[in-house]
Every structure is written in C-alpha cells, then in structure tokens.
Design a protein around this ligand. Structure first.
Ligand code: CP
Length: 308
C-alpha cells in the first residue's frame, strides 16, 4: 500500500488529494474500531508520542491523546505552563530533551505560526501540527471534511461557506486548502476587516452578506471570533457582529433548504451561533469531535509507517 507523501504533518499544504483520500479510508477503518466494545488496536505498540501544548486546548489535546492510546502508543503530555519553558528554556532545547527520552513523534500546538515547520528542521522526530498561531490546523480541517463526506456522501461539488474571523483563523486556511483539494466550492463570509486581502488567490468566493452566503451553501462552518489574536478592534461591538454574522434558528428555518451547521469549537454560544442552532439536528458539531479521534488515529498510524 502506498503511504503518505510527507514525513511530518505541518499543514494541509503538505498533503495532496491522494494523501487525504488515504487518511479518510484509514479513518473509516479506525471509526469501525472505535465503535467496537474493545476500542484498542496494537498498531503503534512501542511508538512513543509526546503531546506538547504551548497553548490551551480541550478537543485537540484530548482527541490526540485518545487516538494515541487507542493505537497502543506510549504517551507523554507536556503543558508549557507547568514546564521549564517558564524558566527560559528554548523550544529546540525543550523538544530535544524530550527526544533524548526516546520519543518518536511530537504533536505540538504553539501560538506562533510556523513553529512546527521550524521544529521539523531542527529535531529528528516526526512533527504533527496541532495548531500553530493563525497559520494551520490540519487535523481539524481533515476531520471537518471527513464529517462533510460522512453526512453528504462526498465533498466534491459541495458548497461550503466559512463564516466569521477568517483573518485570525488557522481553521479557515486549513479548511480552504483541504476542501479545494477535494473539489468543494468554498466561500468565506464576514466583515471586510476580518477577510484577508489575499483570500481570492486561494480560489474562494467572498460574500459579506450572511443571508446570501447561507442561501448559496450546503454547509456553513461558523468560526469563533479569535479575540485573543486581535490586537485592534475589527468591528464596533460583539453585539453588532452577532446581529450581522450570528446564526440563529430563525435564520436557519427561513432558508429554502436544510443546510448542515458546523463549528470547530470552542463555541461562544450567543455570539457566532445560538444554542438552539448548535444543538439542532442540522448541527454536526459533536460528530466533528467524534470523527477527530478516528482522523488523528489515521494520521498517526500513516506517519508512523513512514521511513526516516
Ligand atoms: N477545535 C479546537 O482546536 O479546539 P481546542 O482549542 O479545544 O483544541
């Protein structure tokens, strides 16, 4: 069986469409495993993986750890806040010390864009990017596209709108690259200040009117406003943002067709999406979370099969 074309997963940029199909087919098999009474396989026995998180996470950290444990890998977890990073140790020194303890793979989340790329050039382990600043979040995009495929049968030809803070979102960039690889039509929707000027060069449509965007799409992926990455004000108030770009049940029910609603989490209920939409039957938010484990199992399994 042909493997992945990359040794690390630093971004969707590293993957070609055949890689993504291989990850999906492998995740299909692991999803079957996860639905069995015994959810564990011995595939990564004797592989040691370090999860190093320099930024907060709930879904991604737990999902990677569960994926690793379901594959029987040995797992160590590292949170920067309780480590010697707070005493001034560098990223390379930190990781090389972890690798000296015979770690094979590093899953890293970092607030700086390109941190995973930098690390991959300086340490011997395989690196998996679990989100780097406003750059990429490749496993999120894979699990999102996998969830669309599961719900609609295919991603090719489907119309997906990504709504909100595109400028500061690593989920948006990775989703655009992944969905385009798979043949979807992609639109971004939000205030002008939160749509980067280069976005057209990625082959996506731009729409500033939420109703027009929702009437166009099959799937709406509602993003969180990334207040922690906003150094200036990009819109007058959250209340005004919600009035113009928030999705509520009244809007959802007024559309001509039943669209699918997605959100990468964490949700700010009542800002980008109301509770009755997040918890509606059109929402696949918890399916995304469930599929994240199978996708991460597939990524880790396929990367571990690569030769150094
Ligand atoms: N979607 C996502 O990355 O969530 P966390 O920040 O909780 O990992």
């Amino acid at each position: 069986m042909a493997g992945l074309s990359t040794r690390h997963l630093l971004g969707i940029k590293d993957l070609n469409p055949a890689d993504i199909q291989l990850i999906f087919e492998t995740a299909d098999n692991f999803k079957t495993v996860l639905n069995r009474p015994i959810k564990k396989v011995p595939s990564l026995r004797d592989v040691t993986i370090a999860n190093i998180f320099f930024e907060n996470s709930t879904r991604t950290r737990l999902s990677f750890e569960l994926a690793e444990k379901r594959l029987s890998a040995d797992v160590v977890n590292f949170a920067a806040s309780s480590s010697s990073v707070s005493k001034g140790e560098t990223l390379i020194d930190t990781v090389n010390n972890i690798l000296a303890m015979k770690v094979d793979m590093v899953v890293m989340r970092h607030p700086y864009a390109g941190a995973g790329i930098f690390l991959s050039k300086h340490v011997k382990a395989q690196i998996v990017n679990a989100g780097d600043g406003a750059h990429e979040h490749p496993t999120q995009a894979l699990l999102d596209a996998f969830s669309i495929r599961e719900k609609l049968g295919d991603v090719a030809g489907k119309k997906v709108v990504i709504v909100g803070d595109i400028l500061h979102s690593r989920v948006a960039l990775s989703n655009i690259l992944c969905l385009k690889h798979l043949g979807a039509e992609v639109m971004v929707c939000g205030p002008t200040t939160l749509i980067p000027k280069y976005i057209g060069s990625l082959g996506v449509k731009v729409e500033h009117n939420l109703m027009k965007a929702l009437n166009w799409c099959d799937v709406a992926n509602m993003l969180r406003i990334q207040l922690e990455r906003q150094d200036i004000k990009y819109f007058p108030s959250l209340r005004e943002y919600t009035m113009l770009y928030g999705l509520n049940k009244q809007i959802l029910d007024s559309l001509d067709k039943e669209i699918i609603v997605m959100h990468p989490g964490p949700i700010n209920r009542g800002v980008e999406i109301t509770s009755d939409v997040a918890d509606s039957k059109q929402s696949i938010i918890l399916d995304q979370v469930e599929n994240g484990v199978a996708i991460r199992m597939a990524v880790l399994f396929l990367l571990a099969g690569q030769t150094p």
